[in-house]
Each structure stands twice: as C-alpha cells, then as structure tokens.
Design a protein around this ligand. Structure first.
Ligand SMILES: Nc1ncnc2c1ncn2[C@@H]1O[C@H](COP(=O)(O)OP(=O)(O)OP(=O)(O)O)[C@@H](O)[C@H]1O
Ligand SMILES: [Mg+2]
Length: 250
C-alpha cells in the first residue's frame, strides 16, 4: 500500500492519498473470476433445474397415491426409479458446476461432456421452444479439465439459447482431424452485428439487460489455459457459429 499526505496550496486543506495494490498474481485473480462466474451461472440455471424436477416429482406422487390406494403394478416401480434417476442426474450436474474450481487435466470424452451440459441446459432450451440437436461423437477425446471445459460449453450454449427469441434449433457438431478436435455450436439467433464482433470477450461487454458480459471473457481464459481457441462466424442463412478448436499435441 502506498500512502501520501498532500496539502492544497490555496485552501490549506490536507488530503491523504492511498493506492492499494492487489498483490495476488494474475493466475490467482483469474481463478477467482472463473469460480465466481461459475457460481453466477449455477444460480441462473437453478430455476430451470427446479422446473425440471417438478414433473418427475408430480409423477412420483401420482404413483405413490396409486400404490396407497392398493393399485399395485410392477411397472410402476420401474417408472418411479426412472423418474428418481432423472432428478439425480440433473441435480448432480448442477452440484458439479457449483464445486470449487479444479485444475485436473485428464483425457476426457468430449461426447460425455456435451451430454452432461445438455442435461443441464435442455430444460432451459425447452422452455423457450428450442431443441438442442446433437448426434454424438463417441471417439473424440481431449486432454482437459472436465469442469472447466463444461463451463465453456455451458457459456456458449447458454448464449445461443439467449439469442434465440423465436425458438428453433441449436446444433452441436464435433469433428476431428490428426491435429485438432473441433466443437461447433450453431444457433439460429439474429447473428452478431459487425460493429460489435470485436468487442466479444471484452470484460463486461453485454447487450443483454441482465447479462454480466463475463461469459465469453471467461470462456476465452479457460480455452487459453488449454491452448485452445474460439472462432466466431456468421452462418449463411441465419445465426452464428461458435467454434472451439482444441489442438492435439504432436
Ligand atoms: N450466439 C450469439 N448470438 C448473438 N449474440 C451473441 C451470441 N453470443 C454472444 N453474443 C453477444 O455477445 C455479448 C457478450 O456475451 P457474453 O456471454 O460474454 O456475455 P452475456 O451473455 O451478455 O452475459 P453473461 O454471459 O455474463 O450472462 C452478448 O451480450 C451478445 O450481445
Ligand atoms: Mg453469456
């Protein structure tokens, strides 16, 4: 901390000037930001998750009432277990993103990360009349921190959902070559106006009333930590494509 006493010549007033410098290094500050963005996203998704849990709960209650009334069928138990499993999956996804930031890089299946994120964001999309199309890509693996890359996927798919006011489809397409694995998130939103494209990823740049404008900045930071990068382009017909490129080390 730097601390100085100053006196104004004309009025004889005394001022104290202090500059407080945050000594934490860039990486530590970055980690705090990633974690806090993660918690903010978890909060935003909680409503969708609660909504999604209500249906299986209603169905469970119905089956229990039937059993109570003496209507007993073996298949009821199977349906009830399925409903409980649905609730388990979505709540554990929400808890997973609420956990503290990790930095454990392993070889991870891109397919299973995309599927986990769809479990979490599917309800949000469904409520807006949006269908998430994903064909699967079982073989592609990347060396990454699973939780961080899921945060990237959540941020990009959440942006796609938020951009699509009229409903429609979001396509997630993966492809791979010898040198890289790509994930494309293709939306049918209004696209990104040319004049703001260079601002994407700047801290606090948002065009949304309730946006924080941190999603793409955090996304870029996480990708940098993985030597990966993001490309944005306009689709021919409608919307934009956000492409994540993960180079495969030689
Ligand atoms: N798929 C998209 N289609 C159209 N515009 C987009 C898309 N993704 C991002 N944008 C634009 O980029 C801006 C910045 O996105 P970013 O994710 O960084 O912040 P945000 O979504 O506004 O807020 P937050 O992610 O913190 O909730 C958005 O406000 C929006 O204008
Ligand atoms: Mg966003």
């Amino acid at each position: 901390m730097i601390y100085t006493k100053m006196k104004e010549k004309d009025t004889d007033r005394t001022y104290y000037l202090s500059i407080i410098a945050d000594k934490r290094d860039k990486k530590e500050v970055e980690e705090i930001m990633i974690q806090s963005e993660k918690m903010s996203v978890a909060g935003q998704l909680a409503a969708g998750v609660a909504h999604e849990i209500r249906n299986p709960l209603t169905s469970l209650k119905g089956f229990l009432q039937l059993l109570q009334a003496g209507v007993r069928k073996e298949e009821y138990y199977n349906i009830m277990i399925e409903e409980i499993e649905k609730m388990e999956t979505i709540t554990s996804e929400l808890l997973f993103i609420s956990k503290p930031l990790t930095e454990t890089k392993k070889l991870e299946s891109i397919d299973s990360m995309i599927r986990d994120v769809i479990v979490l964001l599917g309800p949000q999309a469904k409520m807006k009349g949006i269908f998430i199309e994903y064909g699967g890509s079982e073989k592609d693996k990347i060396y990454c921190d699973r939780s961080q890359i899921k945060q990237v996927l959540i941020n990009l798919i959440k942006n796609a959902i938020e951009a699509m006011e009229q409903g429609g489809s979001i396509r997630i397409v993966t492809s791979s070559s010898e040198s890289h694995v790509d994930v494309c998130i293709i939306d049918e939103g209004p696209g990104i106006p040319q004049e703001i494209i260079h601002k994407l990823g700047e801290p606090f740049f948002t065009t949304k009333q309730s946006g924080t404008g941190l999603g793409l900045m955090i996304t870029k930071q996480i990708l940098e930590r993985h030597q990966a990068f993001l490309e944005v382009k306009a689709n021919e017909q409608i919307g934009s494509t956000f492409r994540i490129i993960f180079p495969i080390p030689a």
